[in-house]
Design a protein around this ligand. Structure first.
Ligand code: ATP
Ligand code: MG
Length: 258
C-alpha cells in the first residue's frame, strides 16, 4: 500500500442555487518521499482536493488513507494529532502579522507545548535552513513575498511534517523568487523526506519539482503519469490545453521583450 491512498473521493457543495460537484471519483496514490503535482484550471477542484486530504473539508464519499490509516475513521483527538504531521503552505503565506518572524516560527512549537527558550533555539535553526536568520526580529510586513514564504516554510518545518501540502505556494511570486522557493522545497523534500503535494496552475513549477502529475478537470482526474511523460505527450484535451497554452505564453513573452 502506498503512503497516501486517495480512493473514489467525492465532494459536493450544496447551496440554494444548486450543487457543485467539486470532486468526482478521484483516486490516486503517492509514495513516501514523492513530490506529486496536481494541475488544472481555476475551479477544477485543486484546493478542495488538498483540503479533503487533511479533512479541513469533509469528503462527501470515498477514502483518504495515510500510512495505512483511514482519516475518516479517526476520532477528533486522533485527527488533530494526525494533522500535526501534515503541513500546509499557501499562496498568501498566512503569517501572523503581529508576531515577529521568530515568533511565527515558534508558534507551532508553543502549541505543541515546547518551552519558550527551546522553541526559540529550534526556530533559529529552521530560519537558518531557509536562509532568513538575519530577519528573525523583523515583522512579516517588512518582508518581500519570497521572504514571507520562507518564513511559512520554516514554520511548517517546525511542526516536523511527514506530508506538505502546497496550494499555489509560488503563485504570488515573480519567476526568480519562484525558482528559489522551488529549490528550497526540493531541498527539504530530500533532506527530511517530506512527501509533497503541489497544487499549481503554473506548468513550470510541476516540470521542475514534481515526480508525477495529475490533471484535474471539472473535479475529475483525466490524466496522470510521470511528469516528463505527461508533458512530452499529453493525451487529453485538458492536459494539452494546460501544457501547450503555457508554451505559447513563453513564446509570446520572448517576443514582447524585443
Ligand atoms: N466552500 C465552498 N462552498 C461552495 N462551493 C465551493 C466551496 N469551495 C469550493 N467550491 C466550488 O468548488 C469548485 C472547485 O473549487 P476549488 O477552490 O477547489 O478550485 P481550484 O481548482 O482550487 O481553483 P483556483 O485555481 O481558482 O484556486 C468551484 O466550482 C468552487 O466554486
Ligand atoms: Mg485553489
Amino acid at each position: 500500500m502506498a503512503f497516501i491512498e486517495i480512493e473514489h473521493l467525492e465532494k459536493t457543495f450544496q447551496s440554494k442555487s444548486g450543487d457543485t460537484e467539486a470532486l468526482r471519483d478521484v483516486s490516486f496514490s503517492i509514495e513516501k518521499g514523492e513530490i506529486f503535482g496536481v494541475i488544472g484550471l481555476s475551479g477544477a477542484g485543486k484546493s478542495t482536493l488538498v483540503r479533503c486530504i487533511n479533512l479541513l473539508e469533509r469528503p462527501t464519499a470515498g477514502r483518504v488513507i495515510i500510512d495505512g490509516g483511514d482519516m475518516m475513521q479517526l476520532s477528533d483527538r486522533e485527527l488533530r494529532a494526525r494533522r500535526r504531521g501534515i503541513g500546509m503552505i499557501f499562496q498568501h503565506f498566512n503569517l501572523l502579522m503581529q508576531r515577529s518572524v521568530l515568533d511565527n516560527v515558534c508558534f507551532p512549537m508553543e502549541i505543541a507545548g515546547l518551552g519558550k527558550k527551546e522553541a526559540r533555539q529550534k526556530a533559529m535553526t529552521y530560519l537558518e535552513q531557509v536562509e532568513l536568520s538575519d530577519k528573525a526580529r523583523a515583522y512579516p510586513a517588512q518582508l518581500s513575498g519570497g521572504q514571507k514564504q520562507r518564513v511559512a516554510i520554516a514554520r511548517v518545518l517546525a511542526s516536523k511534517p511527514e506530508i506538505l501540502l502546497c496550494d499555489e505556494a509560488t503563485s504570488a511570486l515573480d519567476p526568480q523568487t519562484t525558482q528559489s522557493i522551488l529549490q528550497l522545497l526540493k531541498h527539504i523534500n530530500e533532506e527530511y523526506r517530506i512527501t509533497m503535494i503541489v497544487i499549481t496552475h503554473e506548468m513550470r513549477v510541476v516540470q521542475q519539482i514534481c515526480d508525477r502529475v495529475a490533471v484535474l478537470e471539472y473535479g475529475r482526474i483525466v490524466e496522470s503519469g510521470r511528469t516528463r511523460e505527461v508533458f512530452d505527450a499529453p493525451k487529453t484535451e485538458a492536459a494539452k490545453r494546460l501544457i501547450y497554452t503555457h508554451e505559447y505564453t513563453g513564446v509570446e513573452d520572448e517576443g514582447s521583450g524585443i
